[in-house]
Design a protein around this ligand. Structure first.
Ligand SMILES: Nc1ncnc2c1ncn2[C@@H]1O[C@H](COP(=O)(O)OP(=O)(O)O)[C@@H](O)[C@H]1O
Ligand SMILES: C[C@@](O)(CCOP(=O)(O)O)CC(=O)O
Ligand SMILES: [Mg+2]
Length: 396
Protein backbone atom coordinates (compact mmCIF):
# COMPACT_ATOMS: atom_id res chain seq x y z
CA UNK A 1 0.00 0.00 0.00
CA UNK A 2 1.29 3.43 -0.96
CA UNK A 3 0.80 6.55 1.13
CA UNK A 4 2.30 9.06 -1.28
CA UNK A 5 3.15 8.27 -4.90
CA UNK A 6 4.51 10.49 -7.67
CA UNK A 7 4.47 9.63 -11.38
CA UNK A 8 5.05 11.59 -14.57
CA UNK A 9 4.58 11.11 -18.32
CA UNK A 10 5.81 13.15 -21.30
CA UNK A 11 3.87 15.03 -23.95
CA UNK A 12 4.56 14.35 -27.61
CA UNK A 13 4.93 15.91 -31.02
CA UNK A 14 3.67 14.09 -34.10
CA UNK A 15 6.15 14.55 -36.95
CA UNK A 16 3.83 13.03 -39.54
CA UNK A 17 0.60 11.05 -39.61
CA UNK A 18 -1.84 12.87 -37.30
CA UNK A 19 -5.46 12.07 -38.22
CA UNK A 20 -4.38 9.56 -40.89
CA UNK A 21 -3.22 7.35 -37.98
CA UNK A 22 -6.81 7.18 -36.72
CA UNK A 23 -7.64 5.54 -40.06
CA UNK A 24 -4.93 2.91 -39.95
CA UNK A 25 -2.00 4.83 -41.50
CA UNK A 26 1.55 5.16 -40.20
CA UNK A 27 2.46 7.96 -37.78
CA UNK A 28 5.88 9.06 -36.50
CA UNK A 29 5.84 10.62 -33.06
CA UNK A 30 8.39 11.69 -30.49
CA UNK A 31 8.21 12.47 -26.79
CA UNK A 32 8.92 15.97 -25.52
CA UNK A 33 10.82 17.10 -22.47
CA UNK A 34 7.64 18.64 -21.13
CA UNK A 35 5.82 16.43 -18.64
CA UNK A 36 2.65 15.95 -16.65
CA UNK A 37 3.13 15.11 -12.95
CA UNK A 38 0.67 13.31 -10.69
CA UNK A 39 0.63 12.90 -6.92
CA UNK A 40 -1.55 10.25 -5.31
CA UNK A 41 -2.03 10.17 -1.57
CA UNK A 42 -4.07 7.53 0.21
CA UNK A 43 -6.06 8.70 3.22
CA UNK A 44 -8.60 7.58 5.80
CA UNK A 45 -11.04 10.42 5.21
CA UNK A 46 -13.63 8.35 3.35
CA UNK A 47 -13.28 10.79 0.45
CA UNK A 48 -11.92 10.72 -3.08
CA UNK A 49 -10.57 14.09 -4.26
CA UNK A 50 -9.12 15.32 -7.54
CA UNK A 51 -7.22 18.56 -7.97
CA UNK A 52 -6.57 19.59 -11.56
CA UNK A 53 -5.25 23.17 -11.32
CA UNK A 54 -4.36 23.39 -15.06
CA UNK A 55 -8.05 23.22 -15.90
CA UNK A 56 -9.35 24.78 -12.68
CA UNK A 57 -11.15 21.61 -11.65
CA UNK A 58 -11.40 20.50 -8.02
CA UNK A 59 -13.76 17.84 -6.69
CA UNK A 60 -14.31 15.68 -3.62
CA UNK A 61 -16.75 12.82 -3.41
CA UNK A 62 -17.70 10.45 -0.58
CA UNK A 63 -16.47 6.93 -1.21
CA UNK A 64 -19.98 5.71 -0.31
CA UNK A 65 -21.45 7.92 -3.04
CA UNK A 66 -19.02 6.55 -5.64
CA UNK A 67 -19.69 2.98 -4.58
CA UNK A 68 -23.25 3.31 -5.84
CA UNK A 69 -21.98 4.06 -9.35
CA UNK A 70 -20.34 0.69 -9.78
CA UNK A 71 -22.24 -1.27 -12.37
CA UNK A 72 -22.06 -5.00 -12.75
CA UNK A 73 -19.55 -5.88 -15.46
CA UNK A 74 -19.84 -8.97 -17.63
CA UNK A 75 -16.46 -8.22 -19.19
CA UNK A 76 -13.73 -10.79 -18.76
CA UNK A 77 -10.04 -10.84 -19.60
CA UNK A 78 -9.31 -9.00 -22.84
CA UNK A 79 -12.78 -7.50 -23.01
CA UNK A 80 -11.79 -5.26 -20.15
CA UNK A 81 -9.47 -3.45 -22.55
CA UNK A 82 -12.55 -1.97 -24.22
CA UNK A 83 -14.67 0.67 -22.54
CA UNK A 84 -17.52 -0.65 -20.43
CA UNK A 85 -20.54 1.22 -21.91
CA UNK A 86 -22.70 0.63 -18.85
CA UNK A 87 -20.22 2.20 -16.43
CA UNK A 88 -19.54 5.06 -18.84
CA UNK A 89 -23.25 5.87 -19.16
CA UNK A 90 -23.69 5.93 -15.38
CA UNK A 91 -20.63 8.15 -14.96
CA UNK A 92 -21.74 10.52 -17.74
CA UNK A 93 -24.98 11.19 -15.91
CA UNK A 94 -23.10 11.64 -12.65
CA UNK A 95 -20.45 13.98 -14.15
CA UNK A 96 -23.01 16.02 -16.12
CA UNK A 97 -24.76 16.78 -12.87
CA UNK A 98 -21.49 17.87 -11.23
CA UNK A 99 -19.93 19.75 -14.15
CA UNK A 100 -22.71 20.82 -16.43
CA UNK A 101 -21.43 20.58 -19.97
CA UNK A 102 -18.01 22.06 -19.42
CA UNK A 103 -16.19 19.71 -21.73
CA UNK A 104 -12.66 20.21 -20.46
CA UNK A 105 -13.52 19.46 -16.82
CA UNK A 106 -16.04 16.85 -17.74
CA UNK A 107 -13.72 14.68 -19.79
CA UNK A 108 -10.92 14.86 -17.23
CA UNK A 109 -13.29 14.00 -14.36
CA UNK A 110 -14.92 11.24 -16.35
CA UNK A 111 -11.66 9.53 -17.25
CA UNK A 112 -10.47 9.73 -13.64
CA UNK A 113 -13.69 8.24 -12.24
CA UNK A 114 -13.78 5.59 -14.95
CA UNK A 115 -10.25 4.38 -14.21
CA UNK A 116 -10.68 4.63 -10.44
CA UNK A 117 -13.90 2.60 -10.40
CA UNK A 118 -12.72 0.08 -12.98
CA UNK A 119 -9.44 -0.62 -11.21
CA UNK A 120 -10.86 -0.84 -7.69
CA UNK A 121 -14.31 -2.29 -8.43
CA UNK A 122 -13.49 -5.78 -7.24
CA UNK A 123 -12.34 -4.75 -3.74
CA UNK A 124 -12.79 -2.01 -1.19
CA UNK A 125 -12.84 1.50 -2.73
CA UNK A 126 -9.94 3.42 -1.14
CA UNK A 127 -10.03 7.05 -0.01
CA UNK A 128 -7.41 9.02 -1.87
CA UNK A 129 -6.42 12.39 -3.27
CA UNK A 130 -5.05 12.77 -6.79
CA UNK A 131 -3.42 16.02 -7.93
CA UNK A 132 -2.14 16.61 -11.44
CA UNK A 133 0.07 19.41 -12.68
CA UNK A 134 1.38 19.70 -16.23
CA UNK A 135 4.10 21.68 -17.98
CA UNK A 136 2.18 21.07 -21.22
CA UNK A 137 -0.39 23.46 -22.62
CA UNK A 138 -3.81 21.77 -22.34
CA UNK A 139 -5.66 21.06 -25.57
CA UNK A 140 -2.93 22.36 -27.87
CA UNK A 141 -1.82 19.27 -29.81
CA UNK A 142 1.04 18.17 -27.56
CA UNK A 143 -0.74 15.15 -26.12
CA UNK A 144 -1.72 16.56 -22.73
CA UNK A 145 -4.74 14.24 -22.70
CA UNK A 146 -2.54 11.18 -23.16
CA UNK A 147 0.05 12.29 -20.57
CA UNK A 148 -2.85 12.77 -18.13
CA UNK A 149 -4.34 9.34 -18.92
CA UNK A 150 -0.96 7.61 -18.69
CA UNK A 151 -0.27 9.18 -15.27
CA UNK A 152 -3.72 8.19 -14.00
CA UNK A 153 -3.33 4.62 -15.25
CA UNK A 154 0.17 4.19 -13.79
CA UNK A 155 -0.75 5.67 -10.40
CA UNK A 156 -4.10 3.91 -9.97
CA UNK A 157 -2.75 0.54 -11.17
CA UNK A 158 0.10 0.88 -8.67
CA UNK A 159 -2.20 1.94 -5.83
CA UNK A 160 -4.49 -1.02 -6.54
CA UNK A 161 -1.54 -3.41 -6.38
CA UNK A 162 -2.08 -4.57 -10.01
CA UNK A 163 1.50 -3.51 -10.76
CA UNK A 164 4.43 -2.88 -8.39
CA UNK A 165 5.97 0.52 -7.71
CA UNK A 166 9.35 0.39 -9.48
CA UNK A 167 11.19 3.06 -7.48
CA UNK A 168 14.14 1.70 -5.50
CA UNK A 169 14.87 3.33 -2.18
CA UNK A 170 18.20 4.72 -3.37
CA UNK A 171 16.96 5.99 -6.79
CA UNK A 172 15.19 9.16 -7.86
CA UNK A 173 13.19 7.70 -10.73
CA UNK A 174 11.96 4.23 -11.55
CA UNK A 175 10.59 2.67 -14.76
CA UNK A 176 8.15 -0.23 -14.97
CA UNK A 177 8.96 -3.47 -16.83
CA UNK A 178 7.65 -4.09 -20.34
CA UNK A 179 4.64 -6.11 -19.21
CA UNK A 180 3.55 -3.46 -16.71
CA UNK A 181 4.03 -0.73 -19.34
CA UNK A 182 1.70 -2.63 -21.64
CA UNK A 183 -0.95 -2.70 -18.92
CA UNK A 184 -0.49 1.01 -18.20
CA UNK A 185 -0.74 1.75 -21.93
CA UNK A 186 -3.96 -0.24 -22.35
CA UNK A 187 -5.70 1.54 -19.46
CA UNK A 188 -4.37 4.90 -20.62
CA UNK A 189 -5.94 4.14 -24.00
CA UNK A 190 -9.30 3.85 -22.27
CA UNK A 191 -8.78 7.26 -20.68
CA UNK A 192 -7.90 8.65 -24.13
CA UNK A 193 -11.03 7.05 -25.56
CA UNK A 194 -13.13 9.00 -23.07
CA UNK A 195 -11.34 12.24 -24.02
CA UNK A 196 -10.91 11.78 -27.81
CA UNK A 197 -13.87 9.60 -28.74
CA UNK A 198 -11.87 7.51 -31.18
CA UNK A 199 -8.14 7.76 -30.50
CA UNK A 200 -5.49 5.95 -32.51
CA UNK A 201 -3.44 5.16 -29.41
CA UNK A 202 -0.26 6.83 -30.69
CA UNK A 203 -0.26 9.54 -27.98
CA UNK A 204 -0.61 7.19 -25.02
CA UNK A 205 2.07 4.92 -26.53
CA UNK A 206 4.55 7.82 -26.62
CA UNK A 207 3.52 8.85 -23.11
CA UNK A 208 4.14 5.30 -21.91
CA UNK A 209 7.38 4.40 -23.73
CA UNK A 210 8.89 7.80 -24.58
CA UNK A 211 11.47 8.31 -27.33
CA UNK A 212 10.60 8.25 -31.03
CA UNK A 213 8.26 5.65 -32.40
CA UNK A 214 6.48 4.43 -35.49
CA UNK A 215 2.84 3.61 -34.89
CA UNK A 216 0.61 1.60 -37.20
CA UNK A 217 -2.80 0.20 -36.27
CA UNK A 218 -1.90 -0.28 -32.61
CA UNK A 219 1.53 -1.70 -33.40
CA UNK A 220 4.34 0.25 -31.74
CA UNK A 221 7.88 0.13 -33.08
CA UNK A 222 10.48 2.14 -31.16
CA UNK A 223 12.96 3.93 -33.44
CA UNK A 224 16.19 3.74 -31.52
CA UNK A 225 18.57 5.06 -34.11
CA UNK A 226 17.38 8.55 -35.03
CA UNK A 227 19.37 11.70 -35.66
CA UNK A 228 19.19 14.54 -33.18
CA UNK A 229 16.54 16.90 -34.52
CA UNK A 230 16.24 20.56 -33.60
CA UNK A 231 12.62 21.59 -33.44
CA UNK A 232 10.87 24.86 -32.75
CA UNK A 233 7.46 24.56 -31.10
CA UNK A 234 4.87 27.27 -31.60
CA UNK A 235 1.58 27.48 -29.75
CA UNK A 236 -0.91 29.64 -31.65
CA UNK A 237 -2.98 29.61 -28.44
CA UNK A 238 -6.13 29.06 -30.48
CA UNK A 239 -8.14 26.56 -28.41
CA UNK A 240 -9.47 23.42 -30.06
CA UNK A 241 -10.71 19.99 -29.15
CA UNK A 242 -9.15 16.84 -30.53
CA UNK A 243 -12.48 15.04 -30.25
CA UNK A 244 -14.24 17.59 -32.49
CA UNK A 245 -11.45 17.63 -35.10
CA UNK A 246 -11.18 13.83 -35.29
CA UNK A 247 -14.95 13.69 -35.85
CA UNK A 248 -14.72 16.40 -38.53
CA UNK A 249 -12.12 14.43 -40.50
CA UNK A 250 -14.24 11.29 -40.26
CA UNK A 251 -17.24 13.15 -41.68
CA UNK A 252 -15.14 14.36 -44.61
CA UNK A 253 -13.90 10.87 -45.34
CA UNK A 254 -17.47 9.56 -45.24
CA UNK A 255 -18.67 12.34 -47.52
CA UNK A 256 -15.84 12.12 -50.08
CA UNK A 257 -14.29 8.66 -49.72
CA UNK A 258 -12.69 8.56 -53.15
CA UNK A 259 -11.19 12.01 -52.68
CA UNK A 260 -9.97 11.59 -49.11
CA UNK A 261 -8.57 8.04 -49.33
CA UNK A 262 -5.66 9.06 -51.60
CA UNK A 263 -4.86 11.92 -49.22
CA UNK A 264 -4.60 9.51 -46.30
CA UNK A 265 -2.49 7.15 -48.41
CA UNK A 266 -0.20 10.02 -49.31
CA UNK A 267 0.24 10.92 -45.64
CA UNK A 268 1.13 7.28 -45.00
CA UNK A 269 3.79 7.48 -47.72
CA UNK A 270 5.12 10.71 -46.20
CA UNK A 271 5.57 9.03 -42.80
CA UNK A 272 7.32 6.07 -44.43
CA UNK A 273 9.60 8.31 -46.52
CA UNK A 274 10.44 10.40 -43.47
CA UNK A 275 11.27 7.31 -41.46
CA UNK A 276 13.57 6.10 -44.27
CA UNK A 277 15.38 9.44 -44.49
CA UNK A 278 15.81 9.60 -40.71
CA UNK A 279 17.32 6.14 -40.68
CA UNK A 280 19.67 7.02 -43.55
CA UNK A 281 20.80 10.05 -41.59
CA UNK A 282 22.04 7.79 -38.81
CA UNK A 283 24.15 5.53 -41.03
CA UNK A 284 25.57 7.92 -43.62
CA UNK A 285 26.96 11.44 -43.32
CA UNK A 286 24.09 13.90 -43.00
CA UNK A 287 23.79 16.08 -46.09
CA UNK A 288 21.81 19.16 -47.02
CA UNK A 289 19.74 16.94 -49.28
CA UNK A 290 18.46 14.93 -46.29
CA UNK A 291 17.16 18.14 -44.79
CA UNK A 292 15.73 19.33 -48.12
CA UNK A 293 13.62 16.17 -48.26
CA UNK A 294 12.50 16.49 -44.63
CA UNK A 295 11.44 20.08 -45.35
CA UNK A 296 9.51 19.16 -48.48
CA UNK A 297 7.69 16.40 -46.61
CA UNK A 298 6.65 18.93 -43.97
CA UNK A 299 5.28 21.28 -46.65
CA UNK A 300 3.36 18.55 -48.48
CA UNK A 301 1.86 17.19 -45.26
CA UNK A 302 0.76 20.65 -44.15
CA UNK A 303 -1.18 20.99 -47.43
CA UNK A 304 -2.78 17.60 -46.86
CA UNK A 305 -3.83 18.59 -43.35
CA UNK A 306 -5.46 21.69 -44.83
CA UNK A 307 -7.29 19.46 -47.30
CA UNK A 308 -8.53 17.36 -44.37
CA UNK A 309 -10.03 20.54 -42.91
CA UNK A 310 -7.87 20.80 -39.79
CA UNK A 311 -5.89 23.93 -40.71
CA UNK A 312 -6.37 27.37 -39.20
CA UNK A 313 -5.45 30.92 -40.32
CA UNK A 314 -2.99 31.20 -37.41
CA UNK A 315 -1.25 28.02 -38.59
CA UNK A 316 -1.01 29.54 -42.10
CA UNK A 317 0.60 32.58 -40.48
CA UNK A 318 3.09 30.33 -38.68
CA UNK A 319 4.07 28.68 -41.98
CA UNK A 320 4.41 32.02 -43.80
CA UNK A 321 6.43 33.70 -41.05
CA UNK A 322 8.92 30.82 -40.77
CA UNK A 323 9.08 30.52 -44.59
CA UNK A 324 10.44 34.07 -44.85
CA UNK A 325 13.34 32.88 -42.65
CA UNK A 326 13.85 29.83 -44.87
CA UNK A 327 12.24 27.45 -42.37
CA UNK A 328 9.44 24.90 -42.83
CA UNK A 329 6.51 24.25 -40.50
CA UNK A 330 3.43 22.13 -40.13
CA UNK A 331 0.72 21.76 -37.51
CA UNK A 332 1.18 18.96 -35.01
CA UNK A 333 -1.53 16.97 -33.24
CA UNK A 334 -5.14 17.55 -34.10
CA UNK A 335 -4.72 21.05 -35.62
CA UNK A 336 -7.53 23.60 -35.87
CA UNK A 337 -5.25 25.93 -33.86
CA UNK A 338 -2.97 24.60 -31.14
CA UNK A 339 0.67 23.92 -31.93
CA UNK A 340 2.93 23.67 -34.95
CA UNK A 341 6.49 22.39 -35.36
CA UNK A 342 9.28 24.03 -37.33
CA UNK A 343 12.31 22.03 -38.39
CA UNK A 344 15.64 23.73 -37.72
CA UNK A 345 18.66 22.67 -39.77
CA UNK A 346 21.89 21.90 -37.91
CA UNK A 347 23.47 24.95 -39.55
CA UNK A 348 20.53 27.27 -38.76
CA UNK A 349 22.16 30.20 -37.01
CA UNK A 350 21.24 31.09 -33.46
CA UNK A 351 20.43 34.61 -34.70
CA UNK A 352 17.97 33.23 -37.26
CA UNK A 353 16.26 31.16 -34.57
CA UNK A 354 16.10 34.19 -32.28
CA UNK A 355 14.56 36.45 -34.91
CA UNK A 356 12.07 33.77 -35.96
CA UNK A 357 11.02 33.29 -32.34
CA UNK A 358 10.60 37.06 -32.00
CA UNK A 359 8.51 37.29 -35.22
CA UNK A 360 6.24 34.54 -33.93
CA UNK A 361 5.89 36.09 -30.50
CA UNK A 362 4.95 39.34 -32.24
CA UNK A 363 2.06 37.39 -33.80
CA UNK A 364 0.88 36.64 -30.25
CA UNK A 365 2.16 33.05 -30.27
CA UNK A 366 4.21 31.23 -27.64
CA UNK A 367 7.38 29.90 -29.21
CA UNK A 368 10.39 27.99 -27.90
CA UNK A 369 13.11 25.58 -29.08
CA UNK A 370 12.59 22.14 -27.55
CA UNK A 371 14.60 19.07 -26.95
CA UNK A 372 12.90 15.81 -27.77
CA UNK A 373 13.06 12.20 -26.61
CA UNK A 374 12.12 12.48 -22.92
CA UNK A 375 11.66 9.18 -21.01
CA UNK A 376 8.27 7.49 -20.89
CA UNK A 377 6.13 7.11 -17.78
CA UNK A 378 8.12 6.97 -14.57
CA UNK A 379 7.76 6.97 -10.82
CA UNK A 380 9.52 9.74 -8.91
CA UNK A 381 10.96 10.36 -5.51
CA UNK A 382 9.92 13.85 -4.34
CA UNK A 383 13.56 14.92 -4.75
CA UNK A 384 13.42 14.38 -8.51
CA UNK A 385 10.51 16.79 -9.00
CA UNK A 386 11.10 20.50 -9.48
CA UNK A 387 10.41 22.52 -6.33
CA UNK A 388 7.58 24.58 -7.91
CA UNK A 389 5.78 21.54 -9.31
CA UNK A 390 6.10 19.70 -6.01
CA UNK A 391 4.69 22.70 -4.18
CA UNK A 392 1.65 22.79 -6.49
CA UNK A 393 1.07 19.03 -6.22
CA UNK A 394 1.20 19.14 -2.41
CA UNK A 395 -0.84 22.34 -2.08
CA UNK A 396 -4.22 20.57 -1.92
N1 LIG B 1 -3.13 18.71 -16.81
C1 LIG B 1 -4.37 18.27 -17.03
N2 LIG B 1 -5.23 18.16 -15.99
C2 LIG B 1 -6.47 17.73 -16.21
N3 LIG B 1 -6.98 17.37 -17.41
C3 LIG B 1 -6.19 17.44 -18.46
C4 LIG B 1 -4.84 17.89 -18.33
N4 LIG B 1 -4.29 17.86 -19.54
C5 LIG B 1 -5.25 17.43 -20.40
N5 LIG B 1 -6.39 17.16 -19.76
C6 LIG B 1 -7.64 16.67 -20.38
O1 LIG B 1 -7.40 16.51 -21.76
C7 LIG B 1 -8.20 17.40 -22.56
C8 LIG B 1 -7.41 17.94 -23.73
O2 LIG B 1 -7.19 16.90 -24.63
P1 LIG B 1 -7.05 17.09 -26.19
O3 LIG B 1 -8.21 17.86 -26.74
O4 LIG B 1 -6.79 15.76 -26.73
O5 LIG B 1 -5.76 18.01 -26.36
P2 LIG B 1 -4.21 17.64 -26.27
O6 LIG B 1 -3.67 17.97 -27.62
O7 LIG B 1 -3.61 18.53 -25.26
O8 LIG B 1 -4.10 16.19 -25.96
C9 LIG B 1 -8.64 18.48 -21.59
O9 LIG B 1 -9.89 19.03 -21.98
C10 LIG B 1 -8.74 17.71 -20.27
O10 LIG B 1 -9.99 17.05 -20.19
C1 LIG C 1 -5.36 13.77 -34.38
C2 LIG C 1 -4.64 12.64 -33.66
O1 LIG C 1 -3.93 11.87 -34.62
C3 LIG C 1 -3.61 13.18 -32.65
C4 LIG C 1 -4.22 14.07 -31.60
O2 LIG C 1 -3.24 14.62 -30.74
P1 LIG C 1 -3.58 15.77 -29.73
O3 LIG C 1 -4.69 15.32 -28.84
O4 LIG C 1 -4.00 16.97 -30.54
O5 LIG C 1 -2.31 16.02 -28.95
C5 LIG C 1 -5.69 11.76 -32.97
C6 LIG C 1 -5.18 10.41 -32.50
O6 LIG C 1 -4.18 9.89 -33.03
O7 LIG C 1 -5.84 9.83 -31.63
MG1 LIG D 1 -5.10 14.59 -26.91
Amino acid sequence: PVSELFVSAPGKAILHGEHAVVHGKVALAVSLNLRTYLRLETSTTGKVCINLPNIDTFFCWDVSELKQLITYSHAKGDERKRLDPELLRTLREFADVTNGNLDTSNMATLSFLYLYLSLFRSGELPSLTVSVWSELPTGAGLGSSAAYSVCLAAALLSASGAIPTPLKEWDHTGRWCQEDLELINSWAFQGETIIHGNPSGVDNAVGTWGGMLRFLAGKIIPLNRVPLLRILLTNTKVPRSTKVLVARVKDKINKFPSIMTPVLDSVDAISCTCEKVLSEMTCEPITGEHYNILEELIDINQHHLNVMGVGHPTLDTLCQVTRTRGLHSKLTGAGGGGCGITLLRPETDYSVVQSTVQDLRDCGFDCWETSIGGPGVQQHSPLSIKEESLEILRRY
